[in-house]
Design a protein around this ligand. Sequence first.
Ligand SMILES: *[C@@H]1O[C@H](CO)[C@@H](O)[C@H](O)[C@H]1NC(C)=O
Length: 121
Amino acid sequence: MSCEVTLPSHQSAFVVSFVYASNCEIERRSLWEDMTTFSSDQRVVNKAWTILGDFNQALNPEYHSIIDSQRINRGTHDFKSCLLDSPLVDLTYKGSTYTWWNMSESNPGAKKIDRVLVIVN
Ligand SMILES: *[C@@H]1O[C@H](CO)[C@@H](O)[C@H](O)[C@H]1NC(C)=O
C-alpha cells in the first residue's frame, strides 16, 4: 500500500509504502519488480520515498544467526538485485540485529526481515 503525504507546513510531498511480503520466494519476485518499476514512476520520481515493513527476506546472509545458512541464497540475491536496480537504499537502524525468530529454544534461527528502505530526492 502506498500513499502520498503532504505535511501542512511543507510544500513538497513524499511517498510512503507499507510492505508485508509473501512467505513465498517466487511470489516475492513480483514485489521486487514492482519496487524497481515504481522507483522510476512519475508518482515517485523527484520525491522522497520510503518503503517499510516485513519483506519476509533477509538482505544479507550474516543476518541469519546460524552459520549454515550464511551462503547467499536465491531469495537474498533477488532482494539485493532489486536494490541494485533501483535508487532505494537500506536505512541505517539501531536496535536488535534480528526482527524475527523461529521460536525454537533448542535450535533457534533468526533473521532481519523487517527494514526501512528510502530514496532521498
Ligand atoms: C529454527 O531454525 C534453525 C536454524 O535454521 C533450524 O535448524 C530449526 O530446525 C528451526 N526450527 C523450527 C521449529 O523451525
